[in-house]
Design a protein around this ligand. Structure first.
Ligand code: ADP
Length: 327
């Protein structure tokens, strides 16, 4: 028989993403609805290690659903990589009698959670809060929709100026290991090329295409590149093009951190609310150490270690769509 969870801790960890606040709100309010106590752990695992743990009431999460960032703050915590750090974190949780955790973060945070719950028998529920959408087991991650819409808005603006001057723009979007932001923002802005870590980038092919377009006087071209593409970021791509096609007018734009901030989109608020609600239900029903996602519009539950191991794949068909639509 699983032990009944009575006091829940909630934290946001790793890279921040818009919608984390909506998720914290859902966890807090659902826990309170069920008569559980709920604690906010500040700055990810750092707050667990350093005992920055605060009791949350319904009003603690008032007026935050529309705010980007995270009221609990987030961080990367070195101590949590070491057993001693995790032990300290456990002792702090015990001090507050916290017997269940909801972790909103990326795959690094889930690796930490998996280790922690194996060592100290604290059930952990993982919710994907990441703009990169690089986690298997869910169709949505909290923050992706907002981030990709921010990128789309920016790229649309860049296309206006590219068009006015007949220029080639190389635009870098976030995604160290995953090309989802590049793929979605590129398709929805009609980018001529999209470079992502999941597919091999053959720059010579792109140069041939550009030279052919130059011949046809199609001079406005947008290349969207994920920061983690194996060829390098936007600067490397632009440098290579300038070397091969010296008379091309090439400009670079790196969108950077604006993609993380801002008010979450409706989709991100809704999925964050659903995931937060179901995370608490999971802890109450004894579904421990699971990753809660949404697949085909239904809640999906997979073991946390599976979510950590698997990556989302981008099928070849996506790249075919890019090629056909941008020709
Ligand atoms: P994200 O969760 O966004 O992928 P990180 O990879 O930076 O972000 O992970 C967030 C935090 O999770 C790390 O700073 C660390 O405290 C913890 N963590 C990540 N990987 C591990 C691991 N292998 N063992 C223990 N803790 C980890």
């Amino acid at each position: 028989m699983e032990k009944k969870v009575t006091k829940i801790g909630v934290l946001t960890s790793g890279g921040d993403s818009p919608g984390m606040n909506a998720c914290v709100r859902a966890v807090v309010r659902t826990a309170l609805y069920h008569g559980l106590e709920v604690y906010g752990i500040m700055r990810g695992y750092s707050g667990m290690v350093e005992d920055e743990i605060i009791k949350m009431e319904s009003r603690s999460v008032a007026n935050i659903i529309q705010r980007g960032g995270t009221i609990l703050k987030t961080s990367r915590c070195k101590e949590f990589f070491e057993y001693e750090g995790r032990k300290k974190a456990y002792e702090n949780l015990k001090k507050h009698d916290i017997d269940g955790l909801v972790i909103i973060g990326g795959d690094g945070s889930f690796k930490g959670a998996q280790l922690f719950s194996n060592e100290f028998d604290i059930p952990c529920i993982g919710l994907a809060g990441t703009i990169d959408k690089d986690i298997a087991g869910t169709d949505f991650t909290i923050g992706f929709d907002t981030a990709v819409n921010t990128a789309v808005e920016a790229i649309d603006k860049i296309r206006d100026t590219a068009d006015a001057h007949d220029r080639l723009f190389v635009i870098e979007v976030m995604g160290r290991d995953a090309g989802y932001i590049a793929l979605h923002s590129g398709i929805s802005t009609g980018a001529e090329n999209i470079l992502i870590p999941e597919c091999k980038t053959v720059m010579e092919e792109i140069i041939t295409q550009l030279a052919e377009k130059e011949r046809r006087k199609k001079l406005v071209n947008l290349i969207v590149v994920a920061e983690g593409d194996e060829f390098g970021g936007a600067n490397e791509v632009a440098k290579f093009i300038k070397e091969k096609l010296p008379h091309q007018e090439v400009r670079v734009c790196i969108l950077g951190h604006i993609q993380r901030g801002g008010s979450p989109s409706c989709i991100d608020r809704v999925i964050a609310s659903r995931m937060g609600y179901h995370a608490v239900e999971c802890l109450m029903e004894g579904k421990h150490n699971v990753f809660v996602g949404i697949v085909n519009n239904k809640m999906s539950y997979i073991p946390l270690d599976e979510a950590v191991k698997k990556k989302q794949r981008i099928s070849e068909e996506w790249m075919k769509i890019v090629k056909i639509l941008a020709s």
